[in-house]
Design a binder for this molecule. Sequence first.
Ligand SMILES: Cc1cc2nc3c(=O)[nH]c(=O)nc-3n(C[C@H](O)[C@H](O)[C@H](O)COP(=O)(O)OP(=O)(O)OC[C@H]3O[C@@H](n4cnc5c(N)ncnc54)[C@H](O)[C@@H]3O)c2cc1C
Length: 389
Amino acid sequence: MSMSPMSTSPMSGFDVAVVGSGIIGLGAALAAHRRGQRVVVIERGSEAAGASVRNFGHLCFTPQAGLAREFALASRELWLGLASDAGVWIRESGTLVAARREDELAVLQELAAARGGAEVELLSAAEANERMPLAPGSAVGGAFLPQDLQANPRQAIGALAAYLEREGVEFRRRTAVGAVRPGRVETSRGPIDAGRVVVAVNHDIDLLYPEVAERVGIVRCALDMLRVSTELRIPLVAPLLTGWSLVRYGAFSATPAAVALRERLHAESPALAALDLNQMYTQLPDGSLIVGDTHVRGVSVAPFQAESAFESLLEVTRELFGLEHLRVIERWQGVYASGPNDFLIEEVEPGVHLASATTGIGMTTGLGLADHVVGAFEPATTTPQRGAS
Ligand SMILES: Cc1cc2nc3c(=O)[nH]c(=O)nc-3n(C[C@H](O)[C@H](O)[C@H](O)COP(=O)(O)OP(=O)(O)OC[C@H]3O[C@@H](n4cnc5c(N)ncnc54)[C@H](O)[C@@H]3O)c2cc1C
């Protein structure tokens, strides 16, 4: 095993154990491996099946603010590197934003004024209608955010895990972690010793660390998602956001114009507001369209997905693109940790680090978050126990 300056584990264990193999766990494994650490990833499932494979694959760096922006920009470099190193499918697509009303355009104009044209390119009505497969003539303008990227989540997570395995990171799958103590992870297949542990279990933090989840106000957020087959007027060459997205992401929602936009959307469409809609789309390489999404939060969330929510998603999709027919290929529920802050970053016991995105931007920020957590490791203050690993 490697014995870098960060390492304090004995020969029987690992330098770093990562719990969870979603994007944040894999990001932590990548960061530790690249720092010369001996890493094991412990995953409850036979493969990752959490939020990291259920999302849009929209790497939306531009609309982030504060710490999320810092992690987003770090993630961007890492994603681009993984495209060549790990064969992760990444499209340097940018993001398209459709403004169908003047108040939506006002948010884009304010962000463009703050960030400049290199980050937010405003589109005229003619350009917006030409570049997006919207119902003809429906855009009053729009924006193109050139720095953003698109991944295919189902491909990305598998490719990254395979790359890490080729690089020598060990994976213990179908192995559930029941408890973590400094230097030791208790699993359904016995203990694993490690100098540091990164716990990246998304919403299941409320099972492993219920008192932390309660203290910081983390609950679960469940989302309805669809994949549809359809004939768009022109291909959707970049993730597409709508007015509903402009009242969500930090940098958009911080503009003064977003206040009036939110009021108008909620007054005009209370049923969609009640679904906490973020109407957005990505097109996968096979041409199918990921459609979403709705949000319901709670300490626990019902697994039963109301068909009325899917009907609303399909209705707004037909209206946006001016389509009559959509064929639903798949429906699914995604769940992520949701809290008052964007992230949970905490050394909960010596050498035990919790890392979670606590709003729906973990694909965008997760690699940067994980790199930040691992990069900040001080020499461990405890010595892991010897024994089975
Ligand atoms: C529907 C949906 C759409 C989204 N769209 C986007 C988007 O377009 N862009 C974006 O930036 N973000 C998006 N997000 C958010 C993003 O997907 C998440 O923030 C991110 O994937 C979280 O990554 P993670 O590694 O923390 O969690 P997960 O991917 O959920 O991984 C956690 C892993 O931990 C494992 N695990 C849990 N408990 C244990 C245990 N006790 N022992 C062992 N293993 C355990 C689980 O099996 C799972 O594999 C979306 C989320 C959803 C749900």
